[in-house]
Design a protein around this ligand. Sequence first.
Ligand code: FE2
Ligand code: FE2
Length: 407
Amino acid sequence: MPTRKKFEVSAEDLHIILAKLEQLHHVRDLNTLLDALLTESRHMAHADAGSIFLAEGEFLKFSYVQNDTLFRNDFLSNKYIYSNQTVSIDLTSLAGYVAKTGESLLIDDAYAIDSQKPYTFNATFDDISQYRTTSMLIVPLTTSKNERLGVLELINRINDQGEAIPFSEYEKNLVALFAFYASVAIERALLLRNVVHKMLKMTQIRDPEETQPHVERVGAYAVEIYQRWAERHKVPHDEIVTFRDVLSTAAMLHDIGKVGIADRILQKNGPLSEEEYEQMKWHVIYGAEFFRNPHSEWDSLAYEITLNHHEKWDGTGYPGIGRNDPLTIDNRAGKKGNSIPLSARIVALADVYDALISKRPYKDPWEEDRVLHHIRGQAGKHFDPEIVEIFFEIYDIIRAIRSKWEK
Ligand SMILES: [Fe+2]
Ligand SMILES: [Fe+2]
């Protein structure tokens, strides 16, 4: 445990750590938090790359990756690509060793590890990516009760000349201290994620369509589409981070209102009759009921998304009501264009894309070309044309997300 050992950290560095922790404690979404934790740790130790593994039972799951050299041109398009690996928690791998023993490791050259050591370096990532790992700094992530959360791994400390040099003992202590205190924020983000997962379980027990991978993908697509939208619209960085943070989990809950729909409709194997379809529409109202009296930005966004994710850009969607209207379906007309909240315009596309391209109990997956053709054709009809444009701009990211949460 990093805090049990005594070591000196300069007052200036301690100050920096405290300021960074203060920022992290505002973040609630797990992915946003891991991203921020990794970015800050890398800055502190001048690392070119890094990743975070989270513990799941006896395995570590590769959960986040950053790499300035590999992703220099377009970081976003790559960050999901390698994020599908798992490592056993045992002494044979570097990350496994750190998770198992709770000890931090400093490796000066990953390709010259003493053969007496129980662990070896796994060069698969380097082989696939043509990246050359040299120095490594690996620290455990634990809860305040010393339970295992995961591992933070930093790669290649870069000097002023751009060369990879070993990390110092001081940097190891600094990052370990930071990671130790940051774990409180990770614990809290995991807690929120657990609550969201439990809410989703309620629908999943009854609704075969809303599988865990489906909602994970919709949440992730939504965040990436928003990111590109916000960059285009010059939204300030802090605002982007906050919105991404709440959007991810709020988007996952888009169909939570299906808990109010009868089994015979939810579990029907085949197209719904007109009367059944009318009843199904009410899931947007039931969902919005959950978040009607917002206590936080997260509640407000979840309200917007649950209520409006079946609105269509051309006004032919439902329920067609505004925030102050009574919660009901207005069958005269849907909301139109920009009067549909951005979050819901994004989720509408993310949800439909995922439904079409995936297998559902009542249908086989559509061919990718057919799905893309359909989406293109619905720009300005079902979907906001700008969101469609962005979707195609970042399609490689969308695909990478799909393979990360493949069923
Ligand atoms: Fe829905
Ligand atoms: Fe859905």
